[in-house]
Ligand binder design. Structure first.
Ligand code: NAD
Length: 308
């Protein structure tokens, strides 16, 4: 299968690497000069569950790709999804399936502008990946990837992609209700990511405070209310319980937004997590004040840290 990875940072490189190892015809697409140069010169250097591997996968700038592909996995950060889709129009053919696995809510609104509905797939992955530098990634742990066709009729093609993910060890799952999984992951991220970033704390440190559970409850309550408007039934009690126990279990861990914002001074995906809940609540005629305030705090912190 001819596969393009659109956005080949940490996660894109994980998917690109594992799909390439499984024998697919993979190309990486990115615009980060040093990363592209390193991969062209030395291959993608992968620390893979304690082993060192090198994969020679072609990598291109978006304006260099011309040939249509069977499947595209989108792996930019959320705020760059539209730019990437705009730039890779030449490789999106009539049959090209485009799979969005970004964290956050509402990416279908952007996708629809560039991809016919019948070729759109949305999903969620709980794999992780880290970048050690240009051309160097570190992959540990395990995960899975749930996907579903955006509109009815695309089940067969979605299941073909699931099979390709399974063959590559990416534990593909065909979901009958991927919207639920997307919302649930966004809710978990929404309760923990911005909070630990603003507190400048690990999950463990956050849950040692007297306020942690009440903060989580306020955030989750608004997610549940807005999700309901989208016909997604998140269970308040179960979700809070899950978040509190996951937070305690991963005590020493800094969530990815902390790594992006506080450690590396990078832009966050807050507008697609807590910000999306606040925005959608307004569209439905009510307020999500906790998520709105958190979004403002994170944007203020981005400015203080002069993020790029
Ligand atoms: P990343 O910043 O490491 O990679 C994104 C890549 O996209 C970068 O290399 C960047 O240069 C490239 N890019 C952005 N806009 C571009 C454009 N217009 N043209 C070409 N290249 C462009 O981010 P990541 O950690 O791989 O995350 C990608 C998505 O996956 C995010 O939505 C993130 O929340 C989600 N995610 C990440 C992890 C993780 O462990 N890293 C886990 C689950 C989900």
């Amino acid at each position: 299968m001819k596969i393009a990875i659109a956005g080949s940072g940490a996660m894109g490189s994980r998917f690109g690497f594992m799909l390439h190892q499984a024998g697919n015809d993979v190309i990486l697409i990115d615009k980060w000069d040093a990363h592209i140069q390193a991969i062209r010169e030395n291959g993608l250097q992968v620390q893979y569950n304690g082993t060192e591997q090198t994969a020679h996968i072609p990598i291109y700038y978006p304006n260099e790709v011309k040939d249509q592909v069977d499947v595209i996995f989108m792996f930019t950060k959320a705020m760059f999804l539209g730019d990437m889709l705009e730039d890779i129009q030449p490789i999106i053919g009539e049959q090209t399936q485009v799979v969005c696995l970004l964290n956050g809510i509402g990416h279908e609104t952007v996708m629809k502008e560039y991809v016919p509905l019948e070729n759109m797939l949305i999903g969620v992955t709980i794999w992780t990946a880290g970048l050690n530098g240009p051309g160097q990634i570190e992959l540990e742990g395990t995960g899975s990837t749930e996907i579903q066709n955006f509109i009815p009729g695309g089940e067969e093609k979605a299941k073909e992609i699931v099979a390709v993910l399974k063959d590559a060890g990416l534990n593909g799952i065909y979901s009958e209700n991927v919207k639920f999984s997307i919302w649930r992951k966004a809710c978990v991220n929404g309760a923990l990511n911005a909070t630990c970033s603003l507190l400048d704390s690990t999950l463990g440190e956050m849950f040692e405070t007297e306020q942690a559970v009440s903060i989580v409850e306020r955030i989750v309550k608004e997610f549940v209310e807005v999700a309901k408007e989208q016909d997604v039934e998140l269970d308040f009690e179960e979700t809070v319980e899950y978040i509190v126990s996951a937070g305690k279990e991963l005590g020493h861990h800094y969530p990815s937004m902390h790594q992006d914002l506080i450690q590396h001074h990078r832009l966050t995906e807050i507008d697609y997590i807590n910000g999306a809940v606040a925005r959608l609540a307004n569209e439905y005629g009510f307020e999500a004040p906790t998520n709105a305030l958190i979004t403002e705090f994170v944007h203020a912190k981005e400015q203080i840290l002069k993020v790029k």
